[in-house]
Design a protein around this ligand. Structure first.
Ligand SMILES: Nc1ncnc2c1ncn2[C@@H]1O[C@H](COP(=O)(O)OP(=O)(O)O)[C@@H](O)[C@H]1O
Ligand SMILES: [Mg+2]
Length: 255
């Protein structure tokens, strides 16, 4: 099986060298956990180090904001967009009709034509074909859950992930952590792998921990390790653990 390096220092050694090629991996965590940074790093380094074109589907932040924020890590996304190695496609099912129709897409950015799941999937596939994308980042699946009926919502997410699985791309999908951390969401059941980013507050300090909840077909680490968001992006410390003397404070689900 071909392994796709995550490009997150310290992470690959917890999962036998990287993601399994063409798997769909879910990245969960609360706001500010570093999900978007993780995904951009996966795409950017994939392009720069491994020459694998990447596609970023954003359902939240605008492409301009993403580009601006990622300058903090010295990732020049504009350059690789111009080289046709990266595309950032905005697809916002909720805001589309109200806000997007008057906006002209800037050069290199593509807006989804219509806000249905089916149309978003078609657009994603078209972009993958056009740049030969090998890595796909969808940020976030939570924004696709626009139905108030749980059964419809489950069906939509199921359809979405099943389709993505056939796109021949190694895919990372973010999901905002839900209110009951011990329970699993439908996307967590459906994905081949689930990585969870925890942010704890201990005294005045913020402690970040990364946990591989599952990775089908992979003998993966089960310990929570610290990670940091640095000027170079996300860094995982595989030989250190988060749960130590302060176990009482660091209860699972304490965000
Ligand atoms: N160079 C840096 N050093 C430390 N923290 C940083 C750095 N750059 C960004 N951050 C932090 O990263 C977080 C943003 O991460 P982001 O990937 O947007 O999270 P998410 O997508 O999970 O909401 C913010 O809390 C921000 O303060
Ligand atoms: Mg984000």
């Amino acid at each position: 099986m071909t392994r796709i390096p995550t490009a997150i220092p310290g992470l690959d050694e917890l999962i036998e060298g990287g993601f399994i090629e063409n798997d769909v991996i879910l990245l969960t965590g609360g706001p500010g956990a570093g999900k978007s940074t993780f995904g951009v790093q996966f795409l950017y380094e994939g392009i720069v180090k491994y020459n694998e074109p990447g596609l970023y589907i954003t359902l939240e932040e605008s492409p301009a904001r993403i580009i601006r924020n990622m300058w903090r890590h010295n990732w020049d996304l504009e350059r690789i967009i111009k080289e046709n190695k990266l595309r950032i496609m905005r697809a916002n099912p909720i805001a589309y009709e109200r806000y997007i129709k008057d906006m002209k897409p800037a050069e290199g950015f593509v807006d989804a034509e219509s806000a249905t799941i089916e149309n978003i999937l078609k657009q994603i596939y078209k972009q993958i074909q056009e740049i030969g994308a090998k890595r796909l980042f969808i940020d976030s699946i939570t924004s696709l859950k626009i139905s108030s009926d749980p059964a419809t919502e489950r069906h939509m997410i199921l359809e979405f992930i099943k389709n993505i699985e056939n796109f021949d791309c190694t895919t990372l999908i973010t999901s905002e952590i839900h209110s009951v951390p011990e329970s699993f969401s439908v996307e967590e059941y459906l994905s081949e792998g689930v990585i969870r980013l925890h942010v704890f507050r201990v005294g005045g300090n913020r402690v970040r921990g990364i946990e591989i909840l599952k990775m089908r077909g992979v003998k993966h680490d089960e310990v929570m390790h610290p990670y940091a968001i640095t000027d170079e992006g996300i860094v995982v410390y595989p030989s250190e653990t988060v749960i130590g003397k302060d176990t009482d404070i660091l209860k699972p689900g304490f965000f």
